[in-house]
Design a protein around this ligand. Structure first.
Ligand code: DOR
Length: 442
């Protein structure tokens, strides 16, 4: 048994945090309340006075790279990185090698996650076979095997007729299609946002139009085919406005952004640090403001990490040929807290909603709430703790993160998955911790 005593609880049900205790037995929250009589002998007590106790964070979009690119990340390292970032559940993208495009592959991910993972892993499968954009996958088989969504992320589904078929099948299983919205002809080998900075730096730009055209097409598809399309990693002012308008018209779409799109601009590319190279690219200050406004007014439903770990040999090279992506699981919460909550854009409950209950709802998975009987997936954070991001301390194999050296606030102290403490005070723990007092030093 674990007692979490005297923390400020955000339960994902009531809006305001309250001071209280949580009793965990086995893998469930047994009791939760303002002042419980929970002096059970032999229970592990976490003194949470001054700390915030949250429903475990849920990342609906990350890349674990297994199978095929284990030199960048694997399920063992990626789930440890997730635990260190406060995530108790993650949904992993299908652009592995081979891609997750059949039931056997979905089962492979689930099995590997059981064997080697420390958080819950939900596989996302591809929309098209081999991610080639031509033929849709066997969606019923993928659903039965346990895929929670469909996505060719890394690439858009360019052929609208293929997307139409995918929508029609996925609707039967209530599976969202997570689309990477990008007009590839406009991208045309661009490596950063097109604008003043790309001109100054002499790098080929990607116009915002590439994203906006992709989003507009998907909105039109959702309007006519009644799909539940979820738009991945929104980065542009125009994209936010299109989605706002579509939602006003009642078109069934949802969307996410990633922490780097509200925390950094294309000015960061000055210096040619390829850790700033990501797809879609970092945009301008105006876009960052629009993303924040979209988060504030509810246009943007969720915050996902788009954790995209790469090897240093793919990043410590010329900007033009470096890989796209940011290793983001271990910095997402503190960037959200520092740049959104501290700046008054979102309340803490609002941030937690976008990083926990909303992703759970979109994917149709458990989590996001702390009530009696719910899974004991819990994240405990110290909001007063300020620290400098140090990528060398990442559990992820991918150290590619442009926030290295930046000061942030809001530190993950404990991550509890199914009633087991898997992360505490910067260390990963495997298996049950019942009776382990070494975790309790603060
Ligand atoms: O920067 C990115 N990296 N964006 C994507 O959409 C894919 C990802 C990857 O797989 O590396």
């Amino acid at each position: 048994m674990i007692c979490i005593k005297g923390g400020n609880i955000i339960d994902g049900i009531s809006n305001e945090p309250y001071r209280g205790d949580i009793l965990i037995e086995k893998n469930k929250v047994m009791k939760i309340g303002r002042s419980l009589d929970i002096n059970f002998p032999n229970s592990v007590v976490i003194d949470a006075a001054g700390l915030y106790v949250l429903p475990g964070l849920i990342d609906m979009h990350c890349h674990l790279r297994e199978p095929g690119h284990e030199y960048k990340e694997d399920i063992a390292s990626g789930t440890r990185s997730a635990a260190a970032g406060g995530f108790t559940s993650i949904a992993c993208m299908a652009n592995t090698n081979p891609p997750i495009d059949n039931g056997g592959m979905v089962n492979f991910i689930k099995t590997r996650a059981k064997e080697n993972g420390v958080v819950k892993v939900y596989p996302i499968a591809t929309v098209t076979k081999g991610m080639k954009g031509k033929t849709i996958t066997e969606i019923g088989e993928l659903y039965k095997a346990g895929a929670v969504a469909l996505s060719d992320d890394g690439r858009p589904v360019e052929d609208s007729n293929v997307l139409k078929l995918a929508i029609q099948y996925s609707k039967m299983f209530n599976m969202p299609i997570i689309n990477h919205c990008e007009d590839l002809n406009l991208v045309n080998d661009g490596v950063m946002n097109e604008g003043y900075m790309s001109t100054i730096l002499g790098l080929k730009g990607i116009n915002r139009a590439a994203e906006e055209i992709g989003i507009a097409r998907d909105i039109i598809m959702a309007k006519h085919y009644g799909a539940s399309i979820h738009i991945a990693h929104v980065s542009t002012m125009g994209g936010v406005e299109l989605i706002r308008q579509a939602k006003r018209e009642g078109i069934p779409i949802t969307c996410e952004t990633a922490p780097h799109y509200f925390s950094a601009t294309d000015e960061w590319v000055d210096g040619y640090d390829a850790n700033t190279k990501v797809n879609p690219p970092l945009r301008t200050a105006d876009d960052v403001e629009a993303i924040k406004e979209g988060l504030r007014d509810g246009t943007i439903d969720a915050i996902a990490t788009d954790h995209a770990p790469h090897h240093r040999d793919e990043k410590n090279i010329e900007y033009n040929i470096a890989a796209f992506g940011i290793s983001g699981l271990e910095t997402a919460f503190s960037l959200g807290y520092t740049n959104l909550v501290e700046k008054g854009i979102l309340s803490l409950s609002g941030l937690v909603q976008k990083m926990s209950s909303t992703p759970a709802n979109i994917l149709g998975i458990e989590g996001g709430k702390l009530g009696e009987g719910s899974a004991a997936d819990i994240t405990i954070v110290d909001l007063n703790s300020e620290y400098i991001i140090d990528t060398r301390k990442f559990y992820s194999k991918g150290k590619n993160n442009p926030f290295h050296g930046k000061k942030v606030k809001g530190k993950i102290l404990y991550t509890i998955v199914d009633g087991s403490i898997v992360y505490a005070h910067s260390k990963i723990y495997e298996g049950s911790i019942d009776g382990r007092v070494d975790l309790l030093d603060r």
